[in-house]
Design a protein around this ligand. Structure first.
Ligand code: F6P
Length: 420
């Protein structure tokens, strides 16, 4: 089987470990492995620019330029050879191969060597507008068929995985369209009647339902904990208050867990806004009590998607003003931003993607036109396969429950055992 992998949406630590695991497992199972650079954007662009510029087909295993089995470096020679990262259209050229205008590239064993320890995603990611259009998806289908690729592994967040499932559902229509325009032959249409897809969840937010953990979330959590430790010492020195804004989009997992791990005094998350009295009173009462019993420092964590009971955003700057004005605390705001997302993956963000990559290849090899696209998850410490669309729908139901102000439902969809 010819399998391609892409990373999509916001990068997360562990995405390279996914690529490594999928590529190596695929090779061990006798598959031919490819990567798509720059996410869905690369799928839409394919290798057309290269073909137009050189008049040559992009090197495929059939032209003899890339030996079968464990292959010599294609990507890593670029990365480690002349210090240039894989960049869109920069004309990197090494070892007789150029990546200029080539987005769908065959890779071998050595290309992904050591990738378990690398942050971000070395094959690039993008939020592609073109892939959201029918023309874009038609071009993407053509590019995959042209390279003979039958299966796609997508690593990304809920939006990226939804895109994958839409693509699979639309596939027969796209193939029929390409055939009717004589862009592909009958034989190609027959050989590519179905597209096999599997998703892995790469996101620091840990916001996907039907899995306990997303790839990159443990590293981001660890980064936040380290930041809190650092802030704690300076906060203690001056007896100050700090308001920390952390990422997570509409999910409070990072904020909540960081607050527990870092000893925060008060935490704001989207799924459970403070209720009862005005939250300002509740927060000030809790923090004043902590001060009264001898605490020299104050840490408040605000998830970037935090809201009050009326769904108004709770902003770190406003929390700071409340602490300064009402409690007279010398208060600073720290927004951790992308330091949470980048950098080397922690051990768990190497192990989880490695195990899930193995399962992803198994799911593809066992896939039939009747089986749904699977998302590879982890539940109660077991690597799982769940129908991708069910997981995406349940994730969207959480967002809906929050915007309906049904916070209990939101929490119980996130955690079926939740009770207040
Ligand atoms: O989904 C991952 C995430 O880091 C969110 O926590 C954050 O809201 C968003 O992406 C930021 O995205 P970017 O800076 O890439 O636009």
């Amino acid at each position: 089987m010819k399998i391609a992998i892409l990373t999509s949406g916001g990068d997360s630590a562990g995405m390279n470990a996914v690529v490594r695991s999928v590529v190596k497992t695929g090779i061990l199972k006798g598959c031919e492995m490819w990567v798509v650079r720059e996410g869905y954007e690369g799928l839409v662009r394919g290798n057309t620019e290269y073909r137009q510029a050189t008049g040559m087909d992009a090197p495929t295993p059939n032209d003899g330029s890339i030996p079968d089995g464990p292959t010599p470096n294609i990507l890593s020679s670029l990365r480690f050879g002349d210090g240039k990262l894989l960049k869109d259209g920069t004309g990197d050229y090494l070892g007789g191969r150029t990546l200029k205008g080539r987005y769908i590239v065959r890779v071998g064993w050595d290309d992904v060597r050591g990738w378990f320890a690398e942050g971000g995603t070395l094959i690039g990611t993008a939020r592609s507008k073109a892939f959201r259009t029918p023309e874009g998806r038609l071009a993407a289908a053509h590019n995959l068929i042209r390279e003979g690729i039958e299966a796609l592994v997508v690593c990304g967040g809920d939006g990226s995985l939804t895109g994958a499932d839409v693509f699979r559902a639309e596939w027969p229509k796209l193939v029929a369209e390409l055939r009717s325009q004589s862009i592909i032959t009958d034989a190609q249409a027959e050989a590519h009647a179905h597209l096999k897809i599997v998703g892995l969840v790469g996101s620091i937010d840990n916001d996907m339902s039907m899995t306990d953990m997303t790839i990159g979330a443990p590293t981001a959590l660890h980064r936040i904990c380290e930041a809190i430790d650092n802030i704690n010492s300076t906060a203690f020195s001056h007896s100050r208050a700090f308001v920390l804004e952390v990422m997570g989009r509409h999910c409070g997992w990072l904020a909540l867990l960081a607050g527990v791990a870092g000893g925060a005094d008060f935490i704001f998350i989207p799924e459970q806004p403070p209720k009862g009295m005005p939250w300002e009173d509740e927060m000030c009462a809790a923090i004043q009590h902590h001060r009264d019993i001898g605490k020299r420092k104050t840490i408040v964590i605000v998830a970037e998607g935090a809201i009050d009971i009326d769904l108004n955003p709770i902003k770190a700057e406003y929390v700071k003003d409340v602490l300064s004005d009402r409690l007279g605390l010398d208060t600073r705001v720290t927004t951790l931003g992308h330091t949470q997302r980048g950098g080397r993956p922690c051990a768990w963000d190497r192990i989880l993607p490695t195990l899930q990559g193995v399962e992803a290849i198994a799911a593809l090899l066992e896939s039939t036109p009747q089986t749904p696209s699977y998302m590879i998850g982890i539940q109660e410490n077991k690597i799982t396969r769940v129908p991708l669309m069910e997981a995406v729908e349940m994730t969207m139901a959480v967002a809906q429950a929050v915007s309906d102000k049904d916070f209990e439902k939101a929490m119980s969809l996130r955690d079926p055992e939740f009770s207040e």
